[in-house]
Write a protein that binds this ligand. Structure first.
Ligand code: PEP
Ligand code: MG
Length: 373
């Protein structure tokens, strides 16, 4: 259990009086949300929904949905996931009652959900060698064919994020339905649930316009059904260079921007985030090409410059736009200084980094004279 001493608590309370940026947490379970509250998080800046789909009891349904032949089959699988998602969101929104919860709709590299091709090949071969049931063999072969057809060489740059929802909108429709059903239920129970919908991997205003329209329509349907009314907020991750340079076109469709600096670093630098650790990257960085590892400390001349550009363009087009960060850099003190300078409204980081972020945000607001230039 997190424990903060009384002295540190006092120091943090002074920091809170000074800082101008809000500090939120990245959390996707009620337990993490509760921990984040104990550390003083003012809401959830990123609730990822991928892990919810990975749970062992759900994976077969998720596979059914991905491998579906058509929309009807996909919707049938999604209908089974709806009550489970409703329960997920109910728990998180309850743990964060009174504070905003930015729920990011599904953003997985699809292969993470699919059966392993090599294992399937072994299974089929074994069945054939041992005289297995031909019908079972045929079904497995068909499955293998489908899995092969969905194989992607670069899944992180593939059918992911909002691209998934542009082609299969029923997935996001199910998630938004679950979010607002959980919210309506909580409101009826007297709990102040405050969800905000977040769309990942947007590169073009039209994507967000369409998915916002879908989200608002579904949210309104649910609210009418339950007879409750809560404000609808839809924002977007800004995590690809094209989103930064077209931020003025995207902003009119967004209530908020949340910088995903993990993907933004990967795509601006052209380095795979999955290979940043433990492979060639450290040897490369040891050559002092970069003063600091850009996956840890914001590269202010690259990713940071794009963030400033996107913030300015976004606010010009939509003065009410809220802007924050939820990539790993959001919990790194030097990056928090940069966020202050860039005019962000909030940072969001892992629950355990929240106290550090509160202190760093206060120092940044004061303009710490000791910091590296
Ligand atoms: C990001 O890209 O910075 C981000 C927060 O999203 P994820 O790490 O889930 O891709
Ligand atoms: Mg991302």
């Amino acid at each position: 259990d997190p424990e903060i001493s009384a002295e540190f608590e006092l120091l943090l309370s002074w920091a809170d009086e000074i800082r101008t940026m809000k500090v939120r947490a990245n959390a996707d379970t009620p337990e993490d949300a509760a921990k984040a509250r104990q550390f003083g998080a003012e809401g959830i800046g990123l609730c990822r929904t991928e892990h919810m789909f990975m749970a062992q009891d759900r994976l077969p349904i998720v596979q059914e949905m991905i491998l579906a032949e058509n929309k009807e089959e996909r919707e049938a699988a999604l209908a089974k996931l709806l009550p489970m998602q409703r329960e997920d969101f109910y728990g998180i929104l309850k743990a964060m009652a009174g504070y905003p919860v930015y729920i990011r709709l599904l953003d997985p590299p699809l292969h993470e959900f699919l059966p392993n091709q090599e294992e399937l090949v072994v299974e089929i071969t074994t069945l054939k060698l041992t005289g297995g049931d031909p019908a079972v063999i045929k079904a497995k072969e068909q499955l293998l064919k489908k899995v092969r057809a969905l194989h992607e060489f670069n899944p992180m740059l593939g059918h992911r994020g909002c691209r998934l929802a542009i082609t299969w909108p029923e997935i996001y429709a199910m998630q938004v339905r679950a979010i607002y059903q959980a919210t309506a239920q909580l409101i009826k129970e007297g709990v102040d649930a405050r969800p905000e919908v977040m769309i990942p991997l947007v590169i073009e205003a039209e994507e967000l316009r369409k998915l916002r329209e879908l989200s608002v329509q579904v949210a309104k349907e649910v609210m009418a059904e339950y007879g409750v009314e809560v404000p609808i907020s839809v924002g977007t991750m800004i995590e690809l260079p094209r989103a930064c340079v077209t931020a003025d076109e995207i902003a009119p469709h967004a209530d908020y921007f949340s910088f995903g600096t993990n993907d933004l670093t990967q795509t601006t630098l052209g380095f795979s985030r999955d290979d940043a650790e433990g492979k060639f990257m450290q040897d490369y960085l040891d050559q002092k090409i970069f003063a600091e590892n850009p996956f840890i400390v914001l590269d202010t001349r690259g990713v940071g410059k794009l963030m400033k550009m996107a913030t300015q363009l976004g606010r010009q087009a939509n003065p009410a736009l809220k802007v924050g960060i939820c990539g790993e850099h959001g919990g790194e003190p030097k990056s928090i200084f940069f966020c202050q300078e860039a005019g962000l409204d909030y940072v969001s980081c892992s629950p355990y980094r929240v106290p550090i972020a509160r202190l760093a945000a206060a120092q940044a607001a004061l303009g710490d004279v000791t910091r590296d230039k």
